[in-house]
Design a protein around this ligand. Sequence first.
Ligand code: HEM
Ligand code: SF4
Length: 534
Amino acid sequence: MNKIEILKSERDGLKIKEDIPRFAKEGWESISEDDIQRLKWYGLFLRNPTPGFFMQRVRIPNGICFSHQVKALCDIAKEFGNGIIDITTRQQVQLRHLKIDDIPEIFKIQDEVGLTSIQTGLDNIRNIMGCPVAGLSPKEKVDAYSQVKALTEHISGNSEFSNLPRKFNIAITGCTDDCVHAETQDLALVPAVQELAGNSVYGFNVLVGGKLGSGGYRIATSLNVFVASDEVVKVCSAIILLFRDHGNREIRSKNRLAFLIEEWGEEKFRTALQEKLNQPLIPAGVDLRSNEKSEHIGVYRQKQASMSYVGLKVPVGRIHADKLQGIAHLAEKYGNGEIRFSHSSSLIIPNVPDQKLGDLLEESLVKEFTYHPSSVMRGLVSCVGIDYCHLATIETKSRALQVAAELEGKLPDTAPITMHWSGCPASCGNHLVADIGLLGKKIKIGKEVVDAVDVYMGGRTGIDPKLAVKVMEDIPCDELAKVLEFVVPYHTREKMHPIKGKKYKRNWKKAPARKNAETELANEGADKNAVEPN
Ligand code: HEM
Ligand code: SF4
């Protein structure tokens, strides 16, 4: 058994909460290495680059929260942390520089406003993602937020789900735009319609076994199952429990659900699911997603009359608590207090009535975190980087900003493009599903060691998923903008999509390719990350 399996078998991670008051009294150095790992069941990560200080990952189901919750997080960041707040690519929030001494008080404040960091690390079901404009978008077919909430409530603090073989990523979306990277998730529910007893029923098709990171991108494949809204919790729970009971528990770099699906095949997994549920499964319906991709940045009409939502870019997802507090205030003044986080480093103020919209757009914070960023900045995403993550080879966030700023100047009118940075092959910045994916590394030029990247192109999720191709290696970061200046105008997003206007139906019988030797080889180095349980 690997060391994480041993520590889980010795004590359920959820039980570590009882010990936190004692750790707070005795200090971080009194905490054993096993308990440092167990604290990840409550989203507490002791970070090597900042000895003695913890990062806390707070769960925000579907990325939807309210101003009083955001203000509480900002107060915590300022009083107990370093004031920095990261909006992550799983639509949650990370606070930094927290001392274990203050965690009981921090938990109390979060509890009072209905926030928790439970099960956000290690072998748990991570924040359940959803379309950040669920319930608002006129294009939406099903409002999946209630299913995201119901499943989150079912798994949170539930010891049936607190010892999985590895982390488990879920997205449930009713949005027709590809905005949650469904094909990268262990389990994704995407909008679909199925004829049942002569009626068109709107619900979800089920995709399983997607992943990024160690070993590369595996495109989630269809289970050929349709789920109606009221069956979501039951079916998802059964899938997770199949993974819990049959997933590999030996080699941590080979134990995501993807590997069980590869071993069993979709047919066997579907049969096992049917047996577990003890009911016949409904075959997949028609996939209702279009080939659009949206970061939901800009001003958009809602399905509710006379209402709009405003999506603002937070470049590389990092924001100071003072500014976020200001945005929470704007959400109260112009909207209904709601704030939504997207996976692509943006935040959304919904429910702005027409008569208030003009004034909101004049606010200085709205101009700063603009709703009309440049084509380069709009799709810019970066992982944490060397400031806080010891696995990073380069400082991704500042490099990402610097290169984007240079490119903005050179290519002010280019078509929208997604540019994602990861500081190591763990791929937390999702670089394998971007128009341009940048993987950080160090290279030697003469005697000097410099920051560099490998460049990937064309990786995508959605109805026409594609594996990324590595097109260049060892580009020094200082030269990158110069190189990309000649590549970006010819990037192939449009060319790689099927022809516009055509009606797309996924052929559920022909699942997308299951393996990509090229990408696997390209990411061989990722296995080293298995030494850092995340
Ligand atoms: C080999 C495995 C991996 C390791 C060791 C690893 C490590 C880490 C670490 C250390 C952080 C937190 C850094 C910080 O903020 O201080 C992080 C965050 C994150 N990672 Fe990874 N990671 C791995 C694989 C992945 C994969 C495959 C994904 C999926 C794309 C992913 C997605 C994320 C996301 C979204 C965050 C931000 C927090 C969140 O919302 O969950 N990671 N990872
Ligand atoms: S991709 Fe690598 S460097 Fe970036 S946050 Fe993940 S583990 Fe750290």
